[in-house]
Design a protein around this ligand. Structure first.
Ligand code: GGG
Length: 346
């Protein structure tokens, strides 16, 4: 029997509520589909920061290296700078383990209403470059607090980094509709974005490639949400577009993501797109679907596609029956929704 070691970082805020909900579902599926998951819980995040002045132990990354996958909830609290929480945990994990693909599927789920007309059949995938681009430590500030203060933030795009994300996205597009949309801004950002365009074009294989300015693409996702199938985007553009697309699908609470190391030399990490949502944390009302769907992506990655499909089928069934959390206009709490999902798996 396969026994997978999954390292769990529930992290902060609603991560502490939605992660246990998704784990209950994965455990139920493991029993049914005859595999085992050994959960290695890591109590890291903002509470750890308060006690130790850092988000994870100095050897945290070494501890994670032996996992088959990492299951992350959310990071961030109002009283600690986002630069500490993101750059102390999430980003070092993505970079150390070469999780250069951030795969973010977006679909309208049964019974979930889009705020827009024409988004009923939305089904697209955003392939976000995950380890370079605009998320960079290169830069600095001078004359802090003085009238002459300045800040410089460099973006880093490498040929190898752009080529591999383009190849991954093109292969995905070829397995779907054969069309790849690349988000650019080569009219305003005159060095990195023309470079992005060139390298994406060189690596798009046989798919039909369209290059669309990010501002026009944002408007298009609102006006004609189903007109894209696979979008490849830089780190920042992909981050923004996937929140936008999740909103178009009805709620960011349902959006999953996989931080993938496609070569499988290192563990991949699965997390919802949403953050820690301090405004609703601790009230038991968070939508666990984003975490559950991330769990399904993880099961797929681990080689359990039937269990993954059953998990998606079960939460879609609960939604179709009208059980919904508050973000989707319903009254169910996290636990009630999770019970309804588990009920379908027996
Ligand atoms: N689900 C993990 C989380 O808390 N994400 C919030 C966030 O700010 N993520 C930034 C990013 O994905 O780059």
């Amino acid at each position: 029997m396969n026994n997978y070691r999954v390292d769990v970082i529930a992290g902060d805020g609603i991560g502490l509520e939605v992660v246990p909900a998704a784990i209950r579902c994965v455990d139920a599926l493991a029993k049914k589909h005859e595999f085992a998951v050994t959960w290695q819980h890591r109590e890291w995040g903002s509470e750890y920061f308060r006690g130790h002045g850092r988000m994870m132990p100095t050897d945290g990354l070494e501890q994670l290296a032996g996992a088959d996958a990492i299951f992350l909830g959310a990071v961030g609290v109002p009283d600690i700078a986002d630069t500490e929480t993101l750059w102390g945990l999430l980003i070092p994990i993505r970079r150390t383990f070469h999780q250069y693909v951030n795969l973010r599927p977006v679909r309208t789920l049964p019974g979930v209403e889009s705020p827009l007309r024409g988004a009923e059949d939305l089904d697209l995938v955003i392939v976000r470059e995950n380890v370079e681009g605009e998320y960079s430590e290169v830069g600095g500030r001078t004359y802090r607090g003085r009238p002459e203060e300045s800040a410089v933030q460099e973006s880093i795009f490498t040929r190898a980094g752009v080529a591999r994300i383009a190849r991954y996205a093109a292969e995905l597009a070829a397995s779907r509709k054969g069309v790849l949309t690349s988000a650019t801004k080569s009219n305003g950002i005159v060095h990195t974005m023309p470079f992005w365009d060139e390298v994406v074009a060189e690596n798009a294989g046989g798919v039909r490639l369209e290059s669309v300015l990010i501002d026009a693409l944002a408007a298009r996702l609102v006006l004609r949400p189903t007109s894209c199938d696979v979008i490849v985007a830089s780190n920042l553009f992909g981050d923004i577009l996937s929140d936008l697309a999740a909103g178009v699908a009805g709620s960011i609470g349902v959006a999953p993501s996989g931080n993938l190391n496609p070569e499988r030399e290192y563990p991949s990490m699965f997390e919802p797109v949403h953050g820690s949502a301090p405004d609703i944390a601790g009230r038991g009302v968070a939508n666990p679907i984003g975490q559950m769907w991330a769990g399904a992506m993880m099961l797929e990655h681990l080689g359990q596609p039937e269990a993954a499909a059953e998990l998606r089928w079960a939460f879609e069934g609960a939604l179709a029956d009208g059980i919904r959390t508050g973000d989707l206009g319903g009254t169910a709490g996290t636990e009630e929704f999770t019970d309804a999902v588990l009920h379908r798996m027996v």
